[in-house]
Design a binder for this molecule. Sequence first.
Ligand code: PEP
Ligand code: MG
Length: 826
Amino acid sequence: MVGIVIVSHSYRIAEGVAELAREMGGPDVRLETAGGLDTQEHPIGTDAVLVMQAIERAWSDDGVLVLMDLGSAVLSAEMALDLMPEGARAGVLLCEAPLVEGAVAATVTAKMGGSLEAVAAEARGGLAGKIAHLGAPVPEPAAPGSAVPGGIGEEALTLRLTIRNPHGLHARPAARFVQTASGFDAKIEVRNLTSGRGPADAASLNAVATLGAAVGHEIEVAAAGPQAAEAIHAIRALAARNFDETVEAGAPAPVEAPSAAPAQGVVRGFAASPGIAIGAVRRCHVPPLEIGRDDADDPDAEAAALETATAATVVAVQHQREAVAARAGETEAAIFDAHLLFLRDEALLAPARHAIHEEGRSAARAWSDSIDRTAAMWDGLEDEYLRARAADLRSVGAQVLARLLGVEPPQPRIDAAGVLVAADLTPADTAGLDPALVLGIATAHGGPTSHAAVLARALGIPAVVGLGGATLELEEGSTVAVDGRSGELYVDPSSADVARLESEAIALAEARAIAREGAHGSAVTRDGVAVEIAANVGGPAEVPAAVEAGADGIGLFRTEFLFMGRDRMPDEEEQEAAYRAAALALAGRPLLIRTLDAGADKPLPYLGQAREENPFLGVRGVRLGLERPEILETQLRAILRVAADHPVRVMFPMVTTRDELRGARKVLDRARAAADAPLEVGIMVEVPAAALTAGALAAEVDFFSIGTNDLTQYTLAADRGNEHVAGLTDALHPGVLALIRATVDGARLHGRWVGVCGELAADAAATPLLLGLGVRELSMSAPAIAAVKQAVRATDTGEAAALADRALDCATAGEVRALLGGLIRP
Ligand code: PEP
Ligand code: MG
């Protein structure tokens, strides 16, 4: 019996349709569903893997018929086929029949033992009864005789629409258009009546978006074929929803896309990394890859390689999409839908295949040329916003190309010195930046303790974050100034502002130079208490600079950066080499390695973690290590091998309960069976529960390191990456200080030491307070070391303890700041 799969955006619709179909076909039909993302938990969305699994469950040697609702259901079903073994694909038919009527008709025919073709034919005819009863719908407005020239014929149904989206039919709304149009059995074309461009194939994102349909432009959609009427209907409904983009209600449609970027003035964001930078606006570009081989002998093998590379990139982009949707919401993630459409766009793929088969080109050369040609079309558009989408196309194109060439995808970079302006930077993006070119960073989104901000500080690059979306409209090459102390961005600064900022930058540099002179001595308080001042790093390459800046050791090696920006996990040898390189560069100073802290805003796509509603409260840090103990054990073995020859400490991130700590220690014991070595073992205290049960945890560790970035976000219930609550995420809040005190009290019960490795440790104004609370190790980005050592030397721990008591009596972070302001010595 032919199997049937129902694919819908909605879990409930899929189940409902299946229930109805079973009513007709009986309980023993092979009927499976793939609705929503992962059943009841995420009832809306589509997922290729779920579709593939449903096909497997419905599998029959007679074949499987797949019925889908619209848009990404179709894409996911196609992708599910790509994921299946080649031999199995031939037995699966994706059918364009209407979902409900088709499912009912198909089930009955399957039950009667019909062939796959017969079942599909019945499904396609599912609407016949309804059409006969009601009569075929008459689409309007159908301008008679307005066929598209050179297009789809006299009988086409047409629809005229005026674009109201501020940026026109740019990548995102165009993607919605293409997704909708692709859901029907109809040939659909679009023309831009205002500019005269087109007709363009509605199934091609590149073709639709490069029509240059700006706000106020009139477009004409023409459709022909069995489902032309339904398609026109759906496109009209989509246009009425402004292509699913938020357009300000009641706003008159401007004739030209508005530029919201201020021409001149000061935009206020959040201070993320101190310092001043003045320079030209620069955006990230993807560097070109060396292709090497232009021609090839075996076109079939090249075409297959292209197919595999695009399919693998589709899966990777889907994971990226899920990670961004989980972190920033569906609206932000929608740009990846455009990326997915690029990857399936015949306007890109067909010329590449043609070049492979007809001109003997290698897959890499054919694909690269196709991307270049299409990107050049985008480059030629008048609308600046649309022109900028060429970068999206090149970035997706480069991912496929990298796979074809068997190299890592290239990191985005800027081509000339200036101020990098970006929507947001992932930790991986920031890690790949060249500090020699990136004079400053200005981002539209993100908070001051986001990982991108943390990295900017580590690299010593002045940064301002959370400036708002208008920043993205700033023209490349225009002049801006970043003040990373105040959180201000000066757009086209006046010569007076430039002069003032330059002289302040010189004064800052001089103060830093003076502090650096004392940076290599040890940090001992006025009353003789030694404090270890260490550096935070993301990889061995940063260690020499940290030593140079005066670090007494490494207090936080964020190992997740070794795992990011790549397709697979680094193996034990690779990890050991990285940790050994760091230890060697430290020349006997201690190296504190934190085990993998992935998840939340640092997802690793190749781990295939399930989508989470609240990833910061989900499987991250040690939770992931316990869920995937083989990853943790491999890492611990690599660390132990280095610990055999160097002073190494290890700590587990995000520990919340004693059971988690015990679980992690068990994995460590297993690793020790293979490679035992002396190792101090600690945990990060970044969850209030850990701070409040520090006494119990201290009995089972050698030290604590407080991660004030996460501790603050969890204590104040304010996402560290969200600029809208950045005002709340202040580590000086007395609630956070009370948790630091609780941690120290718990540690003292068992004679353990406590450090701080969150961003608060880098704030020299807070040094006396932290010492007063009992902290004895501070770890920070290297540029802050000199000033913090100075602050330690100026502190008396007795006075500092009294200061800490007063801070704990304060009601607000503001009151604590006022208190510190009175104590800081020049
Ligand atoms: C912290 O949370 O303070 C910390 C140091 O860890 P990360 O910033 O890497 O989350
Ligand atoms: Mg943390």
